[in-house]
Write a protein that binds this ligand. Structure first.
Ligand code: VG1
Ligand code: CO
Length: 576
């Protein structure tokens, strides 16, 4: 095998954000752009002898081409084997599962998660370390540093590998093992949850609807819900899941129903075929972008349970019949009911949540007598806590929930966790949530996103807030008084590393909070997120709409940030 060394010059913008490097597709299509970043990863992790790499992505536009390039670069950088999902497909949680199962030297996941795909959409790449989790900041910073001084990369001169058929292929000395992307992950799920109980629940007429949003979870959901759990499906899905574009169309050429057809159909999994542009959708499982599912769950003859996942399968949205659960509440409810689930019956070591996530989980941790950790935004901060055995469950307000079964958040895992609880408790999603609030009180919560605003305006808002810290301290707004305002910083209790600038917090004496943060996953302009939380112990007020209950806090947030004036936006792009 011939290895080519190619001279290159650095790009200055390859700084990984909250979750890897994300850019518009045309940026990634520039000559050497992907290669530079991949070489920077390999140079940073210094590939040991005999090392294996996991490789796959969410199937978005440029996934396959990028995989061929990375395979040839892995061969040139001394890997012995690469495990790649058939068709180039691996969900983020499945990649984490494989890294751990086969003890590989980490993995590369190609995804821009919930960002839209297609030729004008986004592409992304992230590196996960040997524990299966996203590379910690010290590694992403080293990769960025390497990318700024790179002068050459190495790539094998070889033919493309057949990605659509499982089996072993050679690139020089390196073996490429094309494996089933679902099998190991589905087995892990069966080891954690009571599949027999869930099967009985579904057989008894409990109706579910899972929206894969034409993203990576389609093949996983079909295998788990339909093939293994017996959820109804009008069509036959081959047990061999996704094997590349077109290879998994339903039998008899039956097209998947769309629009009203989806609602009426008895299919438990909708939008189940991964498409390179996600069918033109925005694969973000929230009330705005997963509106098709929301309409079904809030419509006539609604199913009992609805769920959706994002582009790469690590997020989840949970809905009951005419009912929405915030991800913060979902984390707390899973924790409070974990003893009902086989994989967690031995108890929880602790819980961790990202700073902007509501304190609902803290109340459960307190009741269980276990610690609750507050980390910066991004799953990479949970890894050390899980590796050290300090926490079992983790969650973020951004529809991310997971546990120490892997080192990523895990969308389908959260759905199965809920189904397992429902199979045992035999109550509705709404009844379980209301009972939870009655016991612990309700942490009323909402997030307002102002997407794609000019960076200057966004930075101006953040600067204004910083400059106002002294003035805000102790300030009175109606019946609310500011107890503390700061920019959140975190000292990792395991390795002592410090992360600063993680979001402006304004905490009131009654425990209410406003948090301001700039997104680290966007690719155009800036996205400003405002997180709002107040605590309502009074059960007679639990039925109130969150926006109504939070109106005072929303007003304060707009006032102190001068947001409307500075961004000229009258309202948020997305409210969750
Ligand atoms: C967002 C979420 C964060 C999540 C991150 C990656 O980051 O807020 O909670 O960990 O996305 O999730 P930001 O910086 O845009 O707020 V994923 O599913 O996009 O990998
Ligand atoms: Co994601």
């Amino acid at each position: 095998m011939q290895i080519r060394t190619v001279a290159t010059t650095p790009f200055t913008d390859q700084k990984p954000g909250t979750s890897g490097l994300r850019k518009r597709v045309p940026t990634f299509l520039q000559a050497h752009y992907l290669e530079n970043f991949v070489q920077s990863i390999f140079d940073t992790i210094s590939v040991p002898q005999g090392a294996t790499l996991v490789l796959g992505g969410d199937g978005r536009y440029y996934n396959r081409e990028a995989i061929q390039i990375i395979l040839k670069m892995a061969a040139a950088s001394g890997f012995t084997r690469v495990l790649v999902g058939r068709g180039g497909i691996l969900s983020t949680p499945a990649a984490s599962c494989l890294i751990r199962k086969y003890r590989t030297h980490g993995g590369i996941i190609l995804s821009a998660s919930h960002n839209p795909g297609g030729p004008d959409g986004d592409f992304g790449i992230k590196f996960n370390t040997e524990n299966g989790g996203p590379a910690p900041e010290k590694i992403t910073e080293a990769i960025f540093a390497a990318s700024k001084k790179i002068s050459q990369y190495h790539i094998a001169d070889s033919a493309d590998v057949e990605l659509d058929r499982t089996g072993d292929y050679e690139i020089g000395e390196m073996t490429v093992s094309v494996i089933d992307p679902v099998e190991a992950y589905a087995e892990l799920m069966e080891s954690l949850f009571d599949f027999a109980a869930i099967r009985t629940l579904l057989k008894g007429g409990f109706r579910i609807k899972f929206d894969a949003m034409h993203a990576v979870t389609g093949p996983y959901a079909r295998e788990i819900f339909v093939n293994r759990l017996g959820a109804p499906s009008t069509r036959y899905w081959r047990s061999q899941p996704f094997a590349g574009e077109g290879a998994m169309r339903p039998r008899h050429g039956a097209a998947e129903p769309t629009g009203a057809g989806v609602a009426a159909s008895a299919d438990s999994v909708m939008n189940a075929i991964p498409l390179p542009d996600f069918g033109g959708g925005h694969p973000d499982p929230n009330l705005t972008y997963a509106h098709e599912l929301v309409e079904i769950l809030y419509g006539d003859n609604a199913p009992d349970f609805g769920a959706a996942s994002d582009g790469d399968g690590d997020r989840n949205m949970i809905l009951g019949k005419h009912f929405f659960i915030t991800p913060s509440d979902s984390l707390a409810i899973l924790a409070a009911n974990a003893h009902l689930v086989p994989g967690y019956q031995q108890g929880l070591a602790g819980i961790a949540r990202s700073m902007p996530t509501s304190a609902a989980a803290d109340r459960v941790a307190k009741a269980l007598g276990i610690p609750c950790y507050e980390t910066p935004t991004g799953w990479k901060f949970f890894g050390n806590l899980m590796d050290a055995g300090k926490v079992t469950l983790c969650g973020e307000e951004s529809f991310g929930t997971g546990s120490d079964h892997i080192r990523e958040k895990d969308g389908l895992w959260a759905v199965l966790f809920w189904l397992n609880i429902l199979a045992v408790r035999r109550q509705s999603v709404e009844a379980i949530t209301r009972e939870h609030w009655a016991q612990y009180g309700r942490n009323v919560y909402s997030r307002h996103d102002y997407e794609d605003i000019p960076s200057d305006a966004a930075n101006g808002v953040m600067k204004l807030l910083h400059d106002s810290f002294a003035e805000l301290q102790g300030a009175q707004f109606g019946h609310l008084q500011v107890k503390l305002c700061d920019d959140f910083s975190y000292t990792d209790p395991v390795d002592g590393s410090v992360s600063t600038g993680q979001g402006v917090r304004i905490i009131f004496t009654d425990g209410s909070r406003i948090v301001f943060r700039l997104s680290g996953t966007g690719t155009g302009g800036a996205t400003l997120r405002i997180y709002l939380e107040s605590y309502e112990p009074d059960i007679s007020k639990h039925h109130l709409d969150a926006q109504q209950s939070l109106a005072t806090l929303i007003g304060i947030a707009l006032q102190i940030s001068e947001l409307r004036k500075r961004t000229r936006r009258e309202r948020p792009t997305v409210i969750t």
